[in-house]
Write a protein that binds this ligand. Structure first.
Ligand code: NAX
Length: 332
């Protein structure tokens, strides 16, 4: 067996945490041959609940779980970690504006960036799930200057999974037969789920989704709004935000980082923009990426039509506004 990987999950007493702790412990992310030491962080009032989660993960008797550390101290939680799922934050409630969330959450990610900088391995891979995920990741990286900023990413994989599922359902094929759907921009309702480069495996071959579903009105209308509003639809139905699907997406994202992307596939994640596709540099914009040796590269030179351009610019504008609000909130 390989050396154990130390994995921190913040917000581990919360609802995403409840699914995520089990999934990470089960071996699906870091591999069945890789033991994990779970570092579970939550805030002091949640320590009772966190201890319960810790008892349960031990009682799962998962062969991959070597040890569980449950704490309210970021210095302990981040000590020598190889990977972090930063989930802990205030969740969006029905009717809550992203701006309110941003002010409340950005300070958490500033403090966690500083703690990562001091205590984590410099090679740590940090996935930010807590909303506003892209901007929280930006702030976290900013306050962890000794860790390469490429090691930080924000989750838009849930949006990608939702988009793939919509198309698979429309075509009546397994979700794994839909690939290369792109989520551009922010994990918010301005995101642009783009099918122009996606393919579906139909009648024994990969065909462009636009050829498989010859319905522009759906592809450019209902499909996009369904994906953009899926989080709100889950809240309306469950009276709670997405949790099981968010945990699964977080595992998919970290697995892509850890184990790479298969030949011919790309995945979407929020990463530092280098200005590709005329996006503003320095915001955490969701791009299609391929990953090898735990390093991501933005997929370049995909053709962008006017329809896509307009949508990509709208979400870029929102990210710039969030960045400016976040920077001033951190200075307060
Ligand atoms: P919960 O409220 O169930 O759990 C959050 C947990 O974080 C709580 O246990 C809380 O005590 C803890 N916490 C708060 N501040 C903390 C801190 N400073 N350090 C450590 N722990 C802290 O929320 P849950 O439904 O699990 O959602 C967590 C976050 O994920 C929210 O910000 C939510 O908006 C975000 N989401 C992001 C998604 C994405 O695709 N990027 C989708 C799902 C989800 O909405």
């Amino acid at each position: 067996m390989a050396e154990p990987v130390r994995v921190c999950i913040t917000g581990a007493a919360g609802q995403i945490g409840y699914s995520l702790v089990y999934m990470v412990g089960s071996g699906v992310v870091f591999g069945n041959d890789t033991p994990v030491i779970l570092h579970l962080l939550d805030i002091s009032p949640m320590m009772g609940v966190l201890n319960g989660v810790s008892m349960e993960v031990n009682d799962c008797a998962l062969p991959n779980v070597r040890d569980v550390v449950a704490t309210d101290d970021p210095a302990v939680a981040f000590k020598d970690i190889d990977a972090a799922f930063l989930v802990g934050a205030m969740p969006r409630k029905e009717g809550m504006e992203r701006k309110d969330l941003l002010a409340a959450n950005v300070k958490i990610f500033k403090a966690q960036g500083q703690a990562l900088d001091q205590h984590a391995k410099k090679s740590v891979k940090v996935l930010v799930v807590g909303n506003p995920a892209n901007t929280n990741a930006l702030i976290c990286a900013k306050y962890a200057p000794s860790i390469p900023r490429e090691n930080f990413s924000a989750m838009t994989r849930l949006d990608q999974n939702r988009a793939q599922t919509q198309i698979a359902g429309k075509l009546g094929i397994p979700v794994s037969d839909v690939k290369n759907v792109i989520i551009w921009g922010n994990h918010s309702s301005t995101q642009f789920p783009d099918l122009r480069h996606a393919t579906a495996h139909v009648n024994g071959q990969d065909v462009p989704v636009y050829d498989a579903i010859k319905d522009d009105a759906y592809l450019k209308g209902e499909f996009i709004t369904t994906v953009q509003k899926r989080g709100a639809a889950v809240i309306a139905a469950r009276k709670l935000s997405s949790a099981m699907s968010a945990a699964k997406a977080a595992c998919d994202h970290m697995k892509s980082i850890w184990q790479g992307t298969p030949e011919g596939h790309f995945v979407s994640m929020g990463v530092f923009s280098d200005g590709s596709y005329n996006t503003p540099e320095g915001v955490m914009y969701s791009f299609p990426v391929t990953i090898q040796d735990q390093k991501w590269s933005i997929v370049k030179d995909l053709p962008i039509d006017d329809f896509a351009r307009e949508k990509m610019d709208i979400t870029a504008k929102e990210l710039c506004e969030e960045r400016d609000d976040a920077i001033s909130a951190c200075q307060d």
